[in-house]
Design a protein around this ligand. Structure first.
Ligand SMILES: Cc1cc2nc3c(=O)[nH]c(=O)nc-3n(C[C@H](O)[C@H](O)[C@H](O)COP(=O)(O)OP(=O)(O)OC[C@H]3O[C@@H](n4cnc5c(N)ncnc54)[C@H](O)[C@@H]3O)c2cc1C
Length: 550
C-alpha cells in the first residue's frame, strides 16, 4: 500500500495529513509509518487480566480484536496471582449465597474517607467501577471462569461479603505456570477470547504508538491514535487500530527509573512479585506520556497503605512475596532460583541491613517496618548507600531451622546470592555477596549485633527497638543469612483515564483513540483483579464503540 492510499479519512474530521509515532526509546518522535502490516478495529497491548477482559468485551460488541503480548504466553501477573476477586453489587454468586448487595453500597464502601488506602481515589472512577461490579463478575462467569463455591468473605473496604476465589485451571504446570488460582481466571478468559475470534500475537512488544494528524475543521488540526508498532525478534510490525488502541501493559513496578518518580527510595534492590514470569516495564505509561498523557493519583504509591511495598514471607529467595511460593516444578523455576523458606514466625530470626545492624522491631507488620528497611542506614557516616535501604538479611541458626521445619537447601533456597550458611557468624558475614550488597558486611558488626540481641533475650527486653516476645537466642551453628528484602507489588498510580477509560492529557483533554485499563491506569488505588477486570471490560466496550477510522 503506498502512502497516499494509506492516508485515510480521519475519524475526527476531514482527513489525515501525516502519521507520526512516539517511542520512549526514540530520540525523535517524528518517525513515519508508511504501511500497516496488520489491521483490527481494536488493538490491545498486554494479554493479562485487563487486556483479556477488554479483548472479549470488544469482540462481544462485534469489533475485530488483535492483542500484542510481550511474553511467550498470556496471563501477566494475573497468571501467578491468588485469584481473589472481591466484586459485588449483587453478583450471581452473591445471590446464590443469599448475600444482598448493591452498586451504591459498593460505591459507599470504597469512598469511605477513613479508608486510607482508597481515600485519594478519583470518585468519578470509583462510581463507574461500582456500577460495573456485578456485570463484570457475571461476565467472568459467562466466559468460563470458575470460582470456589463457598460463602464469600469480607475484604478491606467492604461491609458486605464479596470475596470469591478462582479455581486453579488445571494440574498441568506448563499450563498454569505455578499452579496459582489466578490461572483459572486468565486461562478461562484466553479460551473464551480465542473461541470468539480474538487474535493474540505472542512475543510482540509494543514499542510505539502511531498518531494521525487529522483536520478537525477547516481551520484546526488535531491528532488521533491510529495504531501501534510492535517488535518481534528485532523486527517491527505495524498494526492499525481502526477504532481504538488500549494500553493494558500492567503498570510500572519493574521499571526502576519510573517507580522512583513516585518514591526515590525504590532503588534496584527491590524485586517485584510476579517476576520473572512477567514484567511491568511502564511501556504503556511512557508511550502515552510521550503523547502528553497525564498521570493520576500519584500520591497512592507512597501513601503507606496498600501493597506497593510488602514484607516478604518467603525468605532466602529473590521473589519472596507473601502470597506466592514458586513451585520447583514450574517451567519458570530455572529463572526463579529458589522457592523460599515460608516464615511461620518472625520470632525465629533477626533482620539486619547490609551493614550487619538490626534496624527495627522485626515483629512489626506496619509500614514503619518497611520505612525502616527502605530508609534506615548504618549510623557510620561512611556508608555510601544514600537512597534505598539496601538488602535486608534474615539471620538465624540451626535451632530456628528446626522450629520452622525448614529444609534450607535448594530448591527451597537460592544459593546464588540470596542464601548463605556458615559455621561462625564472622564467616557468614564474609560470604554474603550479591549485586545488591554494595559492600562486604563487616564481620564485627554482625557478631556484635547477634551478641547484643542474645543479651536482650536473656534480659527479656529489647531496649533498641522494643521487639516483643524475645524468645530465642541465635547461638547454634550452622548460621544462615536469607534474603528478606521487601518486595514490590502493586502499581497504585498510572495514566489518567475517564469513566470510558479514555486517556486524558495534561490539559485535561481526551487523547482521541487511546484507552487504558489495568495497573497502567491511575486514580483508584484498589488492589488488583477487581479493579483491572472492570476497567478492562469498560475499555474494550468503549474502544469497540468508537467511530472507525478507515
Ligand atoms: C503473586 C501475585 C498475587 C496476586 N494475587 C492477587 C489476588 O489474589 N487478588 C487480586 O485482586 N490481585 C492479585 N494480584 C494482582 C493482580 O494479579 C494484578 O493487579 C493484575 O494481574 C494486573 O492486571 P493487568 O492486566 O494490569 O496486568 P498483568 O496481568 O500483569 O498483564 C499485563 C501484560 O502486559 C504485558 N506487557 C507488558 N509490557 C508490554 C509491552 N510493551 N508490549 C506487549 N505486552 C506487554 C505483560 O507481559 C503482561 O502479560 C496478585 C499479583 C501477584 C504478582
Amino acid at each position: 500500500m503506498n502512502r497516499r492510499k494509506f492516508l485515510t479519512k480521519g475519524a475526527l474530521g476531514v482527513g489525515a495529513t501525516a502519521l507520526v509515532g512516539v517511542s520512549p526509546q526514540d530520540a525523535s518522535p517524528q518517525q513515519r509509518v508508511t504501511k500497516w502490516d496488520r489491521s483490527a478495529d481494536v488493538v490491545i497491548a498486554g494479554a493479562g487480566a485487563s487486556g483479556l477482559s477488554a479483548a472479549i468485551m470488544a469482540r462481544d460488541q462485534g469489533a475485530s480484536v488483535l492483542v500484542v503480548e510481550q511474553n511467550h504466553d498470556i496471563g501477566g501477573h494475573a497468571m501467578v496471582s491468588g485469584g481473589r476477586i472481591p466484586l459485588g453489587g449483587g453478583t450471581r454468586l452473591q445471590k446464590k449465597f443469599g448475600v444482598v448487595d448493591s452498586a451504591d453500597q459498593v460505591y459507599l464502601d470504597h469512598t469511605d474517607f477513613h479508608n486510607l488506602e482508597l481515600r485519594y481515589s478519583d470518585r468519578d472512577l470509583v462510581r463507574v467501577w461500582a456500577d460495573e461490579n456485578a456485570a463484570t463478575f457475571d461476565f467472568l462467569l459467562d466466559n468460563g471462569v470458575q470460582f470456589e463455591e463457598v460463602m464469600p468473605t469480607l475484604v478491606n473496604g467492604g461491609t458486605i461479603p464479596r470475596l470469591f476465589r478462582t479455581k486453579v485451571y488445571s494440574d498441568d504446570l506448563k499450563v498454569t505456570i505455578n499452579g496459582s488460582p489466578g490461572s483459572g481466571l486468565v486461562r478461562a478468559l484466553e479460551k473464551s477470547a480465542r473461541a470468539k475470534g480474538v487474535e493474540v500475537l505472542l512475543r510482540h512488544t509494543l514499542t510505539r504508538i502511531v498518531r494521525d494528524e487529522v483536520r478537525l475543521k477547516p481551520d484546526a488540526t488535531g491528532t488521533r491514535v491510529h495504531g501501534i508498532v510492535a517488535k518481534i525478534d528485532g523486527k517491527e510490525v505495524t498494526i492499525e487500530a481502526r477504532r481504538g488502541f488500549i494500553i493494558a501493559t500492567g503498570g510500572f513496578t519493574s521499571n526502576v527509573a519510573f517507580r522512583r518518580m513516585f518514591d526515590p527510595r525504590l532503588t534496584e534492590e527491590y524485586q517485584v512479585a510476579g517476576e520473572p514470569w512477567s514484567k511491568q516495564n511502564a511501556d504503556g505509561e511512557m508511550l502515552a506520556m510521550g503523547l502528553g498523557a497525564a498521570l493520576w493519583g500519584t500520591s497512592n504509591v507512597a501513601s503507606e497503605h496498600g501493597r506497593s511495598v510488602t514484607k516478604t514471607r518467603h525468605i532466602g529467595a529473590r521473589y519472596g512475596y507473601e502470597n506466592l511460593r514458586w513451585n520447583p516444578g514450574s517451567p519458570m523455576f530455572p529463572q526463579v532460583g529458589g522457592a523460599g523458606l515460608t516464615v511461620k514466625s518472625y520470632q525465629d530470626f533477626i533482620c539486619v541491613n547490609q551493614f550487619g545492624r538490626r534496624f527495627w522491631n522485626e515483629m512489626d507488620d506496619t509500614y514503619d517496618f518497611l520505612n525502616a528497611c527502605l530508609g534506615r542506614h548504618d549510623p557510620d557516616a561512611k556508608s555510601r548507600k544514600l537512597n534505598g535501604g539496601g538488602p535486608i538479611w534474615a539471620i538465624f541458626d540451626a535451632d530456628s531451622v528446626r522450629r520452622e521445619e525448614w529444609d534450607p537447601k535448594p530448591p527451597n533456597v537460592d544459593a546464588n546470592g540470596f542464601f548463605f550458611g556458615a559455621d561462625t557468624i564472622a564467616d557468614l558475614s564474609r560470604k554474603i555477596s550479591n549485586p545488591y550488597q554494595a559492600q562486604p558486611m563487616p564481620a564485627r558488626a554482625l557478631e556484635e549485633t547477634v551478641a547484643r540481641y542474645n543479651s536482650y533475650v536473656d534480659a527479656g527486653k529489647d531496649p533498641e527497638f522494643g521487639r516483643p516476645g524475645l524468645m530465642f537466642k541465635i547461638q547454634k551453628p550452622p548460621y544462615y543469612a536469607a534474603w528478606a528484602t521487601p518486595i514490590l507489588h502493586d502499581a497504585l498510580a498510572g495514566l489518567r483515564i475517564n469513566g470510558r477509560c479514555e486517556v486524558i492529557d495534561v490539559r485535561g483533554e481526551v487523547i482521541p483513540g487511546l484507552y487504558c485499563a489495568g495497573e497502567s491506569a491511575g486514580g483508584f488505588a484498589l488492589h488488583g483483579l477487581p479493579r483491572v477486570t472492570v476497567f478492562g471490560r469498560i475499555a474494550g466496550r468503549e474502544a469497540a464503540r468508537a467511530r472507525r477510522q478507515s
